[in-house]
Design a protein around this ligand. Structure first.
Ligand code: NAD
Ligand code: IPM
Ligand code: MN
Length: 365
């Protein structure tokens, strides 16, 4: 099948196409996913490939109707796709641990998406809360362990309702799991600033964190060209605000990486701008792309959510599919529209709707 080039001529190349599953999910996840699909379609048609979308209704709404966030064969169904674009999961009415452990977390694990990659940077036209920082001082990537750690079902609640009631919540850190995420961070650092900072808390957490540090040291020995540093999570949180220029690749456990990624988003201009990829580096299963933010029930249904984070997550997806030029054109379009500053959403101080900002970016592509 031929494709139509920019000049309108039929070109003889074989059309590339990708099967993408979308799960808009809950709250603003629905609004921002529509805009991301619009922008990605524009990039696809510009760069001579197509995206075949299949939408799934997995959500809290579905839970209310059927008692399950996704059907029993949900994982199997999604496993046939090249990638998944996820909106957000969670809405008042369904307890968060039920909705998230019924959809997002099982997918990350079933698809062995053990890297959660969360890049942030100061985009043109946006203002950091750190007013004097320049773009090159505010650019970093959180490499978050995404399959084990503090997120575990091991534990239990005992003596419920009794004076001696207690709960136990176990963390799980495996040698394989820790080593592969740290190695991923060092490999990534070789494509960036040659610096890795590891988030630890081995002064207070006596088993898991010293183990994490030990593996960090072992792996770092294989990368003598990369500057390796460990920082306790409390001090690292302060440094992210006060000296963000001293951070580039930050590798962290599941929970630490979760918290640091919202902090990193906040210092670079807000949750409306930060994308995220749940990556299966071996490509044995689909990877899944989403914004760092959640379903934002406080602004859901108002049409004012910033779609940029989800659009940039879509660009990460294109990059992962091998469409690097298309990914680049989405990034550039986002930069251009934000730099112009005419069509921006209320979180950035503007008056535009989600749809208007999405359309402006699609047009810029
Ligand atoms: P949240 O990220 O949804 O919202 C935090 C704050 O940031 C809110 O004030 C919200 O209005 C604002 N915000 C977030 N995204 C925005 C955007 N694109 N544009 C403008 N403002 C934006 O975090 P929360 O309130 O802690 O969580 C809400 C629900 O989302 C919960 O159910 C939570 O469990 C879930 N959640 C899901 C995911 C996910 O699916 N990946 C991630 C985080 C939270
Ligand atoms: C995220 C979210 C999830 C996480 C929640 C909703 C379970 O906060 O993707 O950052 O902690 O992984
Ligand atoms: Mn989070």
């Amino acid at each position: 099948m031929g494709t139509v080039s920019d000049s309108g001529n039929k070109v003889a190349e074989t059309a590339r196409s990708y099967d993408i599953a979308t799960i808009p999910g809950d709250g603003i996840g629905v609004d921002v996913t529509v805009e991301a699909c619009k922008v990605l379609d524009a990039a696809a048609s510009k760069h001579g490939f197509s995206l075949r979308w299949t939408e799934f209704d997995y959500s809290c709404e579905r839970y209310a109707k059927t008692g399950a966030m996704m059907p029993e064969d949900g994982v199997e169904t999604l496993s046939g796709f090249d990638a998944v674009l996820l909106g957000a999961v969670g809405f008042p009415g369904v307890p968060d641990h039920v909705s998230l452990w019924g959809l997002l977390i099982p997918l990350r694990r079933a698809f062995s998406q053990y890297v959660n990659l969360r890049p942030v940077r100061l985009l043109p036209g946006t203002t950091s809360v750190l007013a004097d920082r320049k773009a090159d001082e505010l650019e970093m990537v959180i490499v978050r362990e995404n399959s084990e750690g503090e997120y575990s079902t091991l534990g239990g609640r005992h003596n419920q309702g009794q004076p001696g009631e207690f709960v136990l919540q176990e963390s799980v850190f495996t040698r394989v799991g820790v080593e592969r995420i740290i190695r991923y961070a060092f490999e990534l650092a070789r494509t960036r600033s040659l610096r890795v900072c590891s988030a630890t808390k081995s002064n207070g957490i006596v088993h898991t964190m010293p183990f994490w540090d030990e593996i960090f040291e072992l792996v770092s020995a294989d990368y003598p060209d990369v500057e390796a540093e460990q920082c306790h999570i409390d001090a690292l949180a302060a440094r992210m605000v006060q000296r963000p220029d001293r951070l580039d690749v930050v590798v962290a456990s599941n929970l630490f990486g979760d918290i640091l990624s919202d902090l990193a988003a906040a210092v670079t201009g807000g949750l409306g701008l930060a994308p995220s990829g749940n990556i299966n580096p071996e490509g044995t299963h689909p990877s899944m792309f989403e914004a760092v933010h959640g379903s934002a029930p406080d602004i859901a249904g108002q049409g004012i959510a910033n779609p940029v984070a989800q659009i940039l997550a879509g660009a990460m997806m294109l990059g992962q599919l091998g469409e690097t030029e298309a990914a680049r054109s989405v990034d550039v379009a986002v930069e251009q529209v934000l730099a112009e500053g005419r069509v921006i959403t209320p979180d950035l101080g503007g008056k535009a709707t989600t749809e208007q900002l999405g359309s402006a970016i699609a047009a810029a592509v």
